[in-house]
Design a protein around this ligand. Structure first.
Ligand code: ZN
Length: 487
């Protein structure tokens, strides 16, 4: 039931029909977190955006190999390739083995992703486990004349590359802009040009994370890992590369240059970038005091938060905006999302209880088509959600007996809700609701069994059920809707 999917390709700056290179296989690479990143809210957006894409492709029966890396060879900042890396610094300060730091953050990230109902990728490679592949690619770039050695470090020669290819094509920059805007950093004197970037850095004596190579004892530049690992697992040419907009430059620009310099051709067919998250209209930042971790959201333990927010509220809120728009977090907006999600999920419950009639007064086929059209239009989740709320109105009208639905249409409406809410948008009922529902259903079984015993005048069994429940603190009493229970 594959339908044409259109995705916005950052490289061509337009929506394109998605045509995999080698259908039904799809290679998807997404830049994962840098493990020192404190599990903050910003991690949720690319994870959820590309989770929806992953789910949609699987829904259409594509065989997706989804690779999402973990950056565990630290780097100073996203736009720098110098200085002591953060993992090493934390390890030194806390007297830990760097891999202990990596393990701690990786586990926390996985827990956060599980809470957000983000599916695990097919492969989650770590930069530190792919040093050999990175060095091999550096050798290829050197052999092709697009890199040079300086004091044991290897730098990408942007000027040489730019004579044959366009450096800056993804982010819409050219080399002259870069001359004026590149920041001066330590080790600058080693480079021919300020915009050259490190492929391999010779490690200072105090640098803990280091590997031997023919160039020096050192470590790879940050951009190398994604080029090397995407090539290893998805091949020299693959379908989709995603990540946050903040990674377009320099990270993804450098990836394009590295792959082209090593292999002679570009590796990625579609580049996709999600926009950023703001908090109360401001960019997130440690210095602004609005740097909120996902755990703080889930526990309500940050001073800017009025309450704890269920991970599904956070997920639903993020999906209420298109991934290429910014999302602004505030208590009011999250509380509105919480109410919206609960309306959607309770309509789904109501839908299960609706009985079909002979005829239909509702147009469920159009609703179903509109949901597919929206999701196929560059993952337009806010429009999908708007259509689902039209469905909520429909369900309430049916439930009130003001309209009728036949068996076929009821099945379409149920499958539309199930497919979009759970399978594609990846939402789920909060864990507590599921537990409570189950407990209630189990209690119904016991209450019915006791009633059957009473009907058969089997007083011993009826009393035994009541007494055993009473011993657990559960009271049964007759109410207007039959026997009710309370703890
Ligand atoms: Zn990357």
């Amino acid at each position: 039931m594959s339908k044409p999917i259109y995705i916005y390709n950052t490289l061509s700056r337009k929506k394109e029909l998605f045509q995999p290179i080698n259908p039904p296989f799809v290679g998807l690479y997404v830049c994962g977190p840098t493990v020192y990143g404190d599990g903050h809210l910003g991690h949720a957006r690319p994870a959820i955006t590309f989770d929806v894409l992953f789910r949609l492709l699987k829904h259409y029966d594509f065989k997706v190999r989804y690779v999402r890396n973990i950056t565990d060879v630290g780097h100073l900042e996203h736009d720098a390739d110098e200085g002591e890396d953060k993992i090493a610094k934390k390890a030194r300060l806390e007297q830990l083995e760097p891999m202990e730091v990596v393990q701690f953050y990786t586990e926390r990230y996985h827990k956060n992703m599980e809470d957000l109902n983000v599916l695990s990728p097919s492969i989650e490679p770590r930069a530190s486990g792919h040093i050999i592949e990175q060095l091999k690619m550096i050798d290829q770039i050197m052999d092709n004349g697009f890199a040079y050695e300086s004091n044991g470090s290897i730098y990408f020669d942007v000027e040489a590359y730019n004579k044959k290819h366009h450096y800056g094509k993804l982010s819409g920059r050219n080399i002259d802009d870069l001359l004026n805007t590149t920041r001066q950093l330590d080790g600058q004197e080693e480079k021919r040009n300020s915009f050259d970037f490190a492929l391999w850095k010779k490690a200072n004596p105090e640098h803990i994370m280091r590997w031997p190579s023919k160039y020096s004892d050192g470590f790879p530049g940050w951009h190398m890992e994604c080029s090397a690992m995407s090539t290893k697992y998805l091949g020299q040419e693959f379908d989709i590369h995603g990540g946050g907009m903040d990674l377009q430059f320099p990270h993804h620009e450098c990836e394009i240059a590295q792959s082209t310099a090593a292999h002679g051709s570009e590796s990625v067919k579609y580049w996709m970038h999600n926009n950023m998250i703001t908090i109360n209209g401001q960019k997130m930042g440690k210095s602004l005091g609005n740097f909120i971790t996902l755990n703080e959201f889930f526990e309500g333990s940050h001073k800017l938060l009025d309450q704890a927010y269920n991970p599904m509220t956070v997920r639903f809120f993020i999906l209420q905006a298109h991934y290429r728009s910014t999302v602004d977090f505030s208590n009011e907006a999250l509380q509105a999302a919480e109410k919206g999600l609960s309306r959607l999920l309770s309509a789904y419950e109501t839908l299960q209880k609706i009985k079909p009639s002979e005829q239909s007064d509702v147009d469920v086929k159009t609703l179903n088509n509109k949901c597919y059209e929206a999701i196929n239009d560059d993952l337009n989740t806010p429009i999908v959600i708007a259509h689902l709320f039209e469905g909520v109105k429909m369900i309430n009208t049916l439930s009130d007996g003001k309209a009728q639905i036949n068996t076929d249409d009821l099945a379409i409406l149920q499958s539309t809700f199930k497919t979009f809410i759970f399978e594609i948008l990846g939402l789920k009922a909060p864990e507590n609701d599921i537990q409570n529902d189950l407990t209630d259903q189990l209690m119904r079984i016991l209450i019915d069994a006791r009633q059957e015993a009473k009907d058969k005048k089997d007083w011993a069994t009826a009393d035994a059920i009541r007494d055993k429940l009473s011993a657990l603190g559960v009271q049964l009493k007759d109410g207007k809707n039959g026997v009710e229970w309370s703890i």
